[in-house]
Design a protein around this ligand. Structure first.
Ligand code: C5P
Length: 229
């Protein structure tokens, strides 16, 4: 593993709106560089899933704080895939279900939950070289990241990608419904009071509208390698 300075790891922070290609880009960049891939959205999804499972009201801050604090969230690699476990249970599939996606907003807007999850995310930055993706990675979680990227693309392009992605999983989706859900999520993420989605200071902005995933990955890997020299 490549180290920058003694005891310091190389951190790549990737932020951007839903459908900008963050997850796929971050995962592939991590594979190419041999870095750990930190999917911070999966952690917000995990807490949301826990809240639904435990019938905790989504506005009950103190109960949510206990759930988040106690949650042992870990990522495991299996057959080239990354799985997420919470308190020992594999919830990789469950956290992507619409019930969870639709319930996330109040949890992601909750400052107590955010503080707890940010602390948990920073622990991963002490374990090794890392590619982290989310909405506040370069602004809040790792403001001193070695490379910050802001991925963006027009909303229609992002919605079309989601429809294709779902079709590949055998799920037929209506473009108009996906598009309006995406606009709603953009608005929730950008307008919330705590850690809204913003381009971090010093972030390189990549508009992925005309880029393939491989091109996005190549650009990020190239930028990272330049900064590692
Ligand atoms: O990236 P993903 O779609 O899995 O994220 C799910 C939700 O979690 C986002 O819509 C956002 O509200 C929230 N999130 C966040 N901060 C992060 C990552 C995700 O608020 N760092």
């Amino acid at each position: 593993m490549m180290r920058k300075k003694a005891g310091k790891f190389f951190i790549i922070a990737i932020d951007g709106p839903a459908g900008s290609g963050k997850s796929t880009t971050a995962r592939k960049v991590a594979q190419r560089l041999g870095f750990f891939f930190l999917d911070s959205g999966a952690m917000y999804r995990a807490v949301t899933w826990l809240a639904l499972e435990n019938k905790v009201a989504l506005n009950d801050s103190s109960a949510l704080a206990v759930l988040a604090e106690k949650a042992v969230i870990d990522f495991r690699q299996q057959d080239g895939k990354q799985l997420i476990f919470v308190n020992g249970q594999d919830i990789t599939r469950q956290i992507r279900l619409p019930d969870v996606t639709n319930a996330i907003a109040p949890i992601a807007a909750n400052p107590v939950v955010r503080k707890i999850l940010v602390e948990k995310q920073r622990v991963f930055g002490k374990l090794g070289n890392l590619v982290a993706e989310g909405r506040d990675i370069g602004t809040v979680v790792f403001p001193n990241a070695d490379l910050k990227i802001y991925l963006n693309a027009p909303a229609k392009v992002r919605a079309r990608r989601r429809v294709t992605e779902l079709a590949e999983q055998g799920v037929e989706a209506d473009f108009a419904a996906i598009y309006s859900a995406l606009l709603l999520r953009d608005a929730n993420d950008s307008n919330r009071e705590h850690s809204p989605l913003r381009r971090a200071k010093g972030a390189v902005e990549l508009d992925t509208g005309d880029l393939t995933i491989d091109e996005q990955v190549d650009r990020v890997v190239r930028l990272a390698k330049e900064r590692m020299e």
